[in-house]
Design a protein around this ligand. Structure first.
Ligand code: ZN
Length: 104
């Protein structure tokens, strides 16, 4: 656990209960599994009774999950080619890889 995370989370730990705005500030830490144990319990206590925050957490989990799947996937050559051609046309960025992609 880094000190940076602690100093962000400590003020929330001192609250007797979390409000919706606190939960939304902590959601990404929670989804990443970085919440301090005591704070995690307060967090889960809030989302158990608040459907709005529960929905927010579910959506964030979905986005994080989807992003981690995309990261592992190779971008298709067709898409790379299209992207680089667009870059060349629109901003004049002539990627050395463009020729290679055209030949493949
Ligand atoms: Zn809430």
């Amino acid at each position: 656990m880094s000190e940076e995370i602690d100093s962000f989370q400590v003020p929330f730990l001192e609250l007797s209960r979390l409000e919706c705005s606190d939960v939304s500030a902590l959601t990404s830490c929670y989804v990443d599994g970085e919440l301090l144990e005591a704070l995690k319990q307060k967090f889960e206590g809030h989302i158990r009774t608040c459907s709005i925050c529960r929905e927010l957490v579910a959506q964030t989990e979905f986005v994080v999950e989807s992003a981690s799947q995309i990261r592992d996937r190779e971008i298709p050559t067709r898409v790379q080619l299209k992207l680089r051609e667009t870059l060349k046309e629109q901003v004049g960025f002539d990627s050395p890889k463009l020729q290679t992609l055209r030949e493949s």
